[in-house]
Write a protein that binds this ligand. Sequence first.
Ligand SMILES: Cc1ncc(COP(=O)(O)O)c(C=O)c1O
Length: 380
Amino acid sequence: MGFSTDAIHAGHGIDPVTGAVVTPLHLTTTYAQEEPGHHKGYDYSRTINPTRQVLEQNLAALEKGTWGLCFASGMAAMSSLFQTLKCGEKVVASDNCYGGTYRVLRKVFAHQGIASEFVSTQDLEALEEAMDDSTRVVLVETPTNPNLGLSDIRAIADLIRGRQVILCVDNTFATPYLQRPLELGADLVIHSMTKYLGGHSDAMGGALIGLSPELRDKLAFIQNAHGAILSPFESWMILRGIKTLAVRMDRQCKSALEIAHYLEDHPKVQKVYFPGLKSHPQHDLALSQMQGFGGIVSFDTGSLDSATKFSAALKIGVLAESLGAVETLVNHPAIMTHGAIPEADRLRSGITAGLLRISVGLEDVEDLLADFAAGLDAMG
Ligand SMILES: Cc1ncc(COP(=O)(O)O)c(C=O)c1O
């Protein structure tokens, strides 16, 4: 089936009791048992919920995995992966990653004896050097948040083949519509579904999707034992969001490319980060591992003062955390989403005081361009 057909139908089905076309929202916490231990496959909603189960099957189909597991947020999904690790084991992660990934590894899992090292996963030699016998997870964010650097998933999968290491790709920015890491050799995909999959800034969620049944068993055990599950209501909202993912992404990719070109040609803009630009150092890699360039454009205004004036002048773009929704959101990574990363590390990966990240929404692109023109004018 094509992507949009799967997005709308995979995992779903006509309700056998009522004929309802839309997957029902099962708010029950518990299920009747005929006799102790004999039931219809559902016993308690932390362990299994029919609405969440449909979303898990839907995600598995979209990412070309065999299973999916849903959690209360992207961070809950990520933490559940790290909870499979033992004291003394290590995670190697992309250095230009979401600030919360850095925070949870350095400020939570470090206290439990789980080591982490952040390297540019765009540099295979640096990645190889960072891996040692204790490394169990390589976490690659591609495109990275916020500088949109790309890592070569196929090459990293080749590099770690034969080692006892899980290659996990954070596919939040690309979504399975634009990139399917499992087909490129990764073992696991992670999503913040709060972003493009939900798509409307009204539901939080996270997911892990993979192929290995052993890995599924380990993660499903953590999902149930630790209990950071996705609620039935959020599952239902995200299922609804996914149905329009392809059309939203098509429009957001198109508008983002136009905006990236506009910013690149503007004399007040110091640098534009967007994989769809020929000037992007990994434009060719984007063409070979992605089916589109995404809806996020980051650019450097040169200073905190300019970034502040730009965002204050906007009438459509909203200065807010998060991304991937119908409305255009503008974020200042150094102060907002990536504030947990020490300044020296931030600067090394290009997160300057003047950097802004735009999550391009579904508004008319002419209106967005006019809004950004006003923002650039206000920079003085
Ligand atoms: C790339 C990426 N991964 C993970 C997360 C964490 O997801 P959540 O906010 O749903 O916990 C985010 C959040 O911004 C993100 O951008």
